[in-house]
Design a protein around this ligand. Structure first.
Ligand code: F6R
Length: 242
Protein backbone atom coordinates (compact mmCIF):
# COMPACT_ATOMS: atom_id res chain seq x y z
CA UNK A 1 0.00 0.00 0.00
CA UNK A 2 1.35 3.36 -1.01
CA UNK A 3 0.27 6.41 1.01
CA UNK A 4 0.69 9.86 -0.49
CA UNK A 5 0.21 12.76 1.93
CA UNK A 6 -0.46 16.03 0.15
CA UNK A 7 -0.99 19.49 1.58
CA UNK A 8 -4.34 20.57 0.21
CA UNK A 9 -7.53 19.24 -1.35
CA UNK A 10 -6.33 20.67 -4.67
CA UNK A 11 -3.04 18.74 -4.43
CA UNK A 12 -4.88 15.55 -3.53
CA UNK A 13 -7.19 16.05 -6.51
CA UNK A 14 -4.32 16.74 -8.90
CA UNK A 15 -2.42 13.63 -7.84
CA UNK A 16 -5.53 11.46 -8.09
CA UNK A 17 -6.21 12.89 -11.56
CA UNK A 18 -2.58 12.18 -12.54
CA UNK A 19 -3.01 8.52 -11.61
CA UNK A 20 -6.29 8.21 -13.51
CA UNK A 21 -4.87 10.07 -16.52
CA UNK A 22 -1.86 7.71 -16.57
CA UNK A 23 -4.18 4.73 -16.60
CA UNK A 24 -6.21 6.16 -19.49
CA UNK A 25 -3.07 7.08 -21.41
CA UNK A 26 -1.40 3.69 -20.98
CA UNK A 27 -4.60 1.77 -21.77
CA UNK A 28 -7.07 3.96 -23.70
CA UNK A 29 -9.78 1.27 -23.61
CA UNK A 30 -9.47 0.73 -19.86
CA UNK A 31 -12.31 0.11 -17.42
CA UNK A 32 -12.50 2.70 -14.64
CA UNK A 33 -14.46 2.13 -11.46
CA UNK A 34 -15.78 5.52 -10.34
CA UNK A 35 -17.13 7.04 -7.14
CA UNK A 36 -19.42 9.91 -6.24
CA UNK A 37 -19.45 12.12 -3.11
CA UNK A 38 -17.67 15.35 -2.25
CA UNK A 39 -14.15 13.92 -2.28
CA UNK A 40 -13.72 13.18 -6.02
CA UNK A 41 -15.27 16.43 -7.30
CA UNK A 42 -11.86 18.14 -7.57
CA UNK A 43 -10.38 15.06 -9.25
CA UNK A 44 -13.14 15.12 -11.85
CA UNK A 45 -12.60 18.87 -12.40
CA UNK A 46 -8.93 18.15 -13.12
CA UNK A 47 -9.82 15.39 -15.57
CA UNK A 48 -12.31 17.67 -17.35
CA UNK A 49 -9.60 20.35 -17.73
CA UNK A 50 -7.22 17.84 -19.27
CA UNK A 51 -9.81 16.51 -21.73
CA UNK A 52 -10.75 20.07 -22.71
CA UNK A 53 -7.10 20.95 -23.33
CA UNK A 54 -6.73 17.90 -25.56
CA UNK A 55 -4.29 16.15 -23.17
CA UNK A 56 -6.61 13.28 -22.35
CA UNK A 57 -9.01 11.15 -24.38
CA UNK A 58 -11.84 9.13 -22.83
CA UNK A 59 -13.39 8.02 -26.13
CA UNK A 60 -12.54 4.35 -25.57
CA UNK A 61 -12.99 4.25 -21.79
CA UNK A 62 -15.71 2.24 -20.05
CA UNK A 63 -16.78 3.31 -16.57
CA UNK A 64 -18.58 1.33 -13.91
CA UNK A 65 -19.79 3.30 -10.90
CA UNK A 66 -19.81 1.98 -7.39
CA UNK A 67 -23.34 2.63 -6.31
CA UNK A 68 -26.77 4.23 -6.63
CA UNK A 69 -29.61 5.04 -4.27
CA UNK A 70 -32.51 2.61 -4.58
CA UNK A 71 -35.62 4.42 -5.78
CA UNK A 72 -33.97 7.46 -7.39
CA UNK A 73 -34.28 8.03 -11.13
CA UNK A 74 -31.32 9.17 -13.26
CA UNK A 75 -33.06 12.57 -13.60
CA UNK A 76 -33.28 13.07 -9.83
CA UNK A 77 -30.56 15.58 -8.99
CA UNK A 78 -29.54 13.53 -5.94
CA UNK A 79 -29.03 10.34 -7.93
CA UNK A 80 -25.51 9.19 -8.54
CA UNK A 81 -26.15 8.94 -12.30
CA UNK A 82 -27.08 12.64 -12.25
CA UNK A 83 -23.96 13.43 -10.21
CA UNK A 84 -21.69 11.62 -12.67
CA UNK A 85 -23.24 13.36 -15.66
CA UNK A 86 -22.95 16.76 -13.99
CA UNK A 87 -19.41 16.40 -12.65
CA UNK A 88 -17.76 14.32 -15.33
CA UNK A 89 -19.56 12.60 -18.19
CA UNK A 90 -21.24 15.71 -19.69
CA UNK A 91 -17.86 17.44 -19.93
CA UNK A 92 -15.57 14.76 -21.36
CA UNK A 93 -15.61 12.69 -24.51
CA UNK A 94 -16.63 9.39 -22.89
CA UNK A 95 -19.48 7.66 -24.75
CA UNK A 96 -22.51 7.75 -22.44
CA UNK A 97 -23.44 4.22 -23.52
CA UNK A 98 -20.11 3.07 -22.07
CA UNK A 99 -20.91 4.45 -18.60
CA UNK A 100 -22.65 2.23 -16.08
CA UNK A 101 -24.38 3.03 -12.78
CA UNK A 102 -26.70 0.58 -10.94
CA UNK A 103 -30.34 1.02 -11.91
CA UNK A 104 -31.92 2.80 -8.94
CA UNK A 105 -35.37 2.42 -10.44
CA UNK A 106 -35.24 -1.38 -10.46
CA UNK A 107 -37.46 -2.27 -7.49
CA UNK A 108 -36.49 -5.94 -7.60
CA UNK A 109 -33.21 -5.91 -5.69
CA UNK A 110 -32.21 -9.41 -6.75
CA UNK A 111 -32.60 -8.45 -10.41
CA UNK A 112 -30.87 -5.07 -10.01
CA UNK A 113 -27.84 -6.71 -8.40
CA UNK A 114 -27.70 -9.61 -10.90
CA UNK A 115 -27.94 -7.18 -13.83
CA UNK A 116 -25.09 -5.08 -12.46
CA UNK A 117 -22.93 -8.13 -11.79
CA UNK A 118 -23.49 -9.21 -15.41
CA UNK A 119 -22.15 -5.81 -16.56
CA UNK A 120 -19.14 -6.14 -14.24
CA UNK A 121 -18.52 -9.66 -15.55
CA UNK A 122 -18.73 -8.49 -19.16
CA UNK A 123 -16.25 -5.61 -18.78
CA UNK A 124 -14.26 -6.48 -15.67
CA UNK A 125 -11.97 -6.79 -13.99
CA UNK A 126 -11.78 -3.06 -13.40
CA UNK A 127 -8.37 -1.63 -14.31
CA UNK A 128 -8.45 1.23 -11.82
CA UNK A 129 -11.01 1.64 -9.06
CA UNK A 130 -11.40 5.10 -7.54
CA UNK A 131 -12.85 5.13 -4.02
CA UNK A 132 -13.84 7.68 -1.40
CA UNK A 133 -13.90 6.71 2.27
CA UNK A 134 -17.10 6.85 4.31
CA UNK A 135 -16.93 8.32 7.82
CA UNK A 136 -17.59 4.82 9.17
CA UNK A 137 -15.06 3.18 6.85
CA UNK A 138 -17.51 2.20 4.14
CA UNK A 139 -16.39 1.82 0.55
CA UNK A 140 -19.07 2.04 -2.08
CA UNK A 141 -22.07 1.65 0.19
CA UNK A 142 -20.67 -1.46 1.85
CA UNK A 143 -21.44 -0.55 5.44
CA UNK A 144 -19.80 -2.01 8.56
CA UNK A 145 -21.07 -5.59 8.84
CA UNK A 146 -20.25 -9.04 10.18
CA UNK A 147 -18.79 -10.19 6.88
CA UNK A 148 -17.49 -8.83 3.58
CA UNK A 149 -20.09 -9.07 0.80
CA UNK A 150 -18.51 -10.28 -2.47
CA UNK A 151 -20.85 -9.00 -5.18
CA UNK A 152 -23.42 -6.29 -5.90
CA UNK A 153 -25.88 -6.03 -3.05
CA UNK A 154 -28.77 -3.97 -1.75
CA UNK A 155 -27.81 -2.34 1.53
CA UNK A 156 -29.69 -0.66 4.30
CA UNK A 157 -27.74 2.54 4.74
CA UNK A 158 -26.16 3.05 8.15
CA UNK A 159 -27.49 5.96 10.19
CA UNK A 160 -23.99 7.55 9.99
CA UNK A 161 -24.24 7.47 6.19
CA UNK A 162 -27.76 8.88 6.15
CA UNK A 163 -26.62 11.67 8.51
CA UNK A 164 -23.50 12.39 6.42
CA UNK A 165 -25.44 12.52 3.15
CA UNK A 166 -28.36 14.55 4.51
CA UNK A 167 -26.43 17.71 3.54
CA UNK A 168 -27.29 17.02 -0.11
CA UNK A 169 -31.07 16.72 0.49
CA UNK A 170 -33.59 19.33 1.61
CA UNK A 171 -34.38 17.25 4.69
CA UNK A 172 -32.96 14.11 6.30
CA UNK A 173 -36.27 12.32 5.64
CA UNK A 174 -35.60 12.56 1.93
CA UNK A 175 -32.35 10.59 2.10
CA UNK A 176 -33.07 7.13 0.66
CA UNK A 177 -32.69 4.34 3.20
CA UNK A 178 -31.34 1.77 0.75
CA UNK A 179 -28.82 1.64 -2.06
CA UNK A 180 -27.33 -0.77 -4.56
CA UNK A 181 -23.58 -1.12 -4.25
CA UNK A 182 -20.79 -2.99 -5.94
CA UNK A 183 -19.52 -5.69 -3.57
CA UNK A 184 -16.22 -5.77 -1.74
CA UNK A 185 -15.15 -8.82 -3.77
CA UNK A 186 -15.51 -6.85 -7.02
CA UNK A 187 -13.55 -3.93 -5.55
CA UNK A 188 -10.80 -6.33 -4.44
CA UNK A 189 -10.61 -7.79 -7.96
CA UNK A 190 -9.78 -4.37 -9.45
CA UNK A 191 -6.22 -4.40 -10.74
CA UNK A 192 -5.43 -1.10 -9.03
CA UNK A 193 -7.24 0.79 -6.29
CA UNK A 194 -6.95 4.54 -5.70
CA UNK A 195 -8.60 5.80 -2.51
CA UNK A 196 -8.81 9.47 -1.66
CA UNK A 197 -9.79 11.29 1.54
CA UNK A 198 -9.67 14.87 2.70
CA UNK A 199 -10.57 16.93 5.72
CA UNK A 200 -10.10 16.51 9.46
CA UNK A 201 -13.29 14.51 9.83
CA UNK A 202 -11.66 11.64 7.91
CA UNK A 203 -8.42 11.58 9.94
CA UNK A 204 -9.47 8.92 12.46
CA UNK A 205 -11.03 6.59 9.93
CA UNK A 206 -8.01 6.91 7.61
CA UNK A 207 -5.77 5.72 10.45
CA UNK A 208 -8.16 2.96 11.50
CA UNK A 209 -8.78 1.67 7.96
CA UNK A 210 -5.18 1.50 6.81
CA UNK A 211 -3.31 0.87 10.08
CA UNK A 212 -5.90 -0.92 12.23
CA UNK A 213 -6.98 -4.57 12.11
CA UNK A 214 -8.65 -5.86 8.94
CA UNK A 215 -12.32 -6.24 9.82
CA UNK A 216 -15.70 -6.09 8.06
CA UNK A 217 -16.62 -3.58 10.77
CA UNK A 218 -14.26 -1.21 8.91
CA UNK A 219 -14.91 -2.25 5.31
CA UNK A 220 -12.03 -0.23 3.79
CA UNK A 221 -9.55 -2.12 5.99
CA UNK A 222 -9.70 -5.05 3.55
CA UNK A 223 -7.74 -2.89 1.11
CA UNK A 224 -4.68 -3.65 3.27
CA UNK A 225 -4.78 -7.10 1.62
CA UNK A 226 -4.91 -5.77 -1.96
CA UNK A 227 -1.65 -5.82 -3.89
CA UNK A 228 -1.88 -2.41 -5.57
CA UNK A 229 -3.53 0.31 -3.49
CA UNK A 230 -2.64 4.00 -3.47
CA UNK A 231 -4.12 6.15 -0.71
CA UNK A 232 -4.01 9.90 -1.38
CA UNK A 233 -4.90 12.18 1.53
CA UNK A 234 -4.68 15.88 2.22
CA UNK A 235 -2.83 17.14 5.31
CA UNK A 236 -5.95 17.14 7.47
CA UNK A 237 -7.09 13.61 6.65
CA UNK A 238 -3.50 12.37 7.03
CA UNK A 239 -2.73 14.19 10.27
CA UNK A 240 -2.79 11.07 12.48
CA UNK A 241 -0.40 9.15 10.22
CA UNK A 242 3.32 9.21 10.96
C1 F6R B 1 -19.79 7.19 -3.36
C2 F6R B 1 -19.44 6.18 -2.39
C3 F6R B 1 -19.15 6.48 -0.96
C4 F6R B 1 -18.35 7.76 -0.75
C5 F6R B 1 -18.10 8.00 0.74
C6 F6R B 1 -17.36 9.29 0.98
O1 F6R B 1 -20.00 6.61 -4.63
O2 F6R B 1 -19.43 5.06 -2.75
O3 F6R B 1 -18.45 5.39 -0.42
O4 F6R B 1 -17.13 7.65 -1.42
O5 F6R B 1 -19.32 8.05 1.41
O6 F6R B 1 -18.19 10.35 0.62
P1 F6R B 1 -17.66 11.87 0.59
O7 F6R B 1 -16.67 11.90 -0.53
O8 F6R B 1 -18.87 12.70 0.28
O9 F6R B 1 -17.05 12.13 1.91
Amino acid sequence: MKIIKTNTYEDMSRIAANLIASQVTVKPNCVLGLATGSTPIGTYEELVKRVKSGELDFSEVTSINLDEYKGLSPENDQSYRYFMNEHLFNHINIKKENTYVPNGLEADAVKACADYDAIIKKFGPIDLQLLGLGPNGHIGFNEPADHFVPSTNCVDLAQATIDANARFFSSIDEVPKQAYTMGIGTIMQAKKVLIIANGAKKAEIVKKAFFGPVSPQVPASILQLHGDVTVVVDAEAGKLLD
